[in-house]
Ligand binder design. Structure first.
Ligand code: TRP
Length: 340
């Protein structure tokens, strides 16, 4: 039994692109690996390394978990554990210990710190700097070998591996399970690379939840009719014929991709359905209808999950996580000489 661990940030309203590119693959992964242990957690201590509205943090966490449940995460599988980082004090405690075995220079090389720091020049906190080391603690506490991650997080995974190697060399090879390298991760999890739903207004860019332009993105909480209108006004091109061509017709290709993923049909089948047709309006009407039904159905499922359902699931997951994490923490405390 391997441990797969995934941390999902929930502080912004997710888009349909997040659903198709992250939620759905994660749910598939959890089905394919139903015999492995899956730790699914919300890194809520990570969510204010840059400024946020704190009055919304709690509700956002609960809602973020509802979204995954509505997407099909199987809470009845006893190998799946769902928890909040903030409820497992061992994360913060191990983070401090790992801090003391992480050279400042190595942590300083993290490109995400530099980028986010540049975005928020007035709010560069020690927490933002320390972010990847807390992330290393999230992973190493559970002896997780597989950690599905976006490309922007690969450098952080490499840092976690380096910390584990360094401490194992000093304190014994059995201390931490070494997380698999990025290449092994991709192989084990059959993750489809490069699936990116594009912006509706600038289809050369990915659909981004943080975009200021409401018309560029479809949020999972959007009114379905309103979302359909956004599809109808999506930017296309002047080629005048429907083809799948990401370079010359990224808008049309994006619509075909959404149609294929939301209806669970092979992209090739969808492409041949539309091959040679010239009415962009017809394609848009079809995709708009698909998106509208998808959102209505998804939102209905979210509505049917109560806060207390989520709390009960978390309580179970957090009991498991505290037991597992405290055991590992004690092992580390012993290794570094705090306990006999
Ligand atoms: N940094 C990750 C992200 O932005 C979230 C995260 C925090 C995480 N801790 C983690 C992911 C541990 C995997 C494992 O997506």
């Amino acid at each position: 039994m391997e441990t797969i661990l995934t941390g999902v940030r929930v502080n912004e309203e997710p888009t349909i692109g997040n659903f198709l590119g992250a939620y759905a693959p994660m749910i598939n992964l959890s089905r394919e690996h139903s015999e492995d242990r899956i730790n699914f957690f919300v890194p809520d201590l990570h969510s204010f390394t840059t400024p946020i509205d704190h009055s919304k943090l709690y509700e956002q966490t609960i809602k973020g978990i509802k979204y995954y449940l509505a997407a099909g995460l199987d809470v009845n599988n006893p190998n799946i554990h769902i928890y909040r980082q903030s409820r497992i004090p061992a994360h913060a405690e191990l983070c401090w210990i790992l801090d003391c075995f992480t050279p400042f220079g190595e942590a300083s090389r993290m490109t995400q710190f530099k980028e986010k720091g540049a975005e928020h020049p007035d709010a560069v906190t020690v927490g933002l700097f320390n972010y990847p080391i807390l992330m290393a603690a999230d992973i190493l506490l559970y002896d997780a070998k597989y950690v599905p991650l976006g490309e922007d997080q690969f450098q952080h995974l490499e840092l976690a591996r380096n910390i584990a190697i360094r401490m194992n060399n000093k304190f014994g090879q059995e201390l931490f399970t070494l997380p698999a390298s990025e290449k092994e991760q991709v192989k084990f999890m059959h993750l489809e690379k490069g699936l990116r739903i594009r912006s509706l207004t600038e289809p050369n860019k990915k659909m981004s939840k943080s975009s200021e332009n409401e018309r560029s993105k479809i949020l999972l909480c959007d009114d379905p009719k309103h979302a359909a209108k956004k599809i109808m006004s999506a930017t296309t091109d002047s080629e005048g014929v429907i083809r799948f061509d990401m370079v010359n017709q990224p808008g049309i290709s994006n619509l075909l991709t959404m149609e294929s993923l939301l209806t669970n049909r092979d992209i090739q089948d969808v492409i041949s359905d539309w091959a040679g047709q010239t009415s962009y309006g017809d394609l848009k009407r079809k995709v708009a209808d698909t998106v509208m039904h998808f959102l209505a159905d998804f939102q209905e499922r979210v509505k049917n999950i109560s806060n207390s359902d989520v709390e009960a699931i978390l309580e179970r997951g957090e009991q498991y996580a505290n037991t597992a994490a405290n055991k590992k923490l004690r092992q580390v405390q012993k290794a570094i000489g705090l306990y006999k």
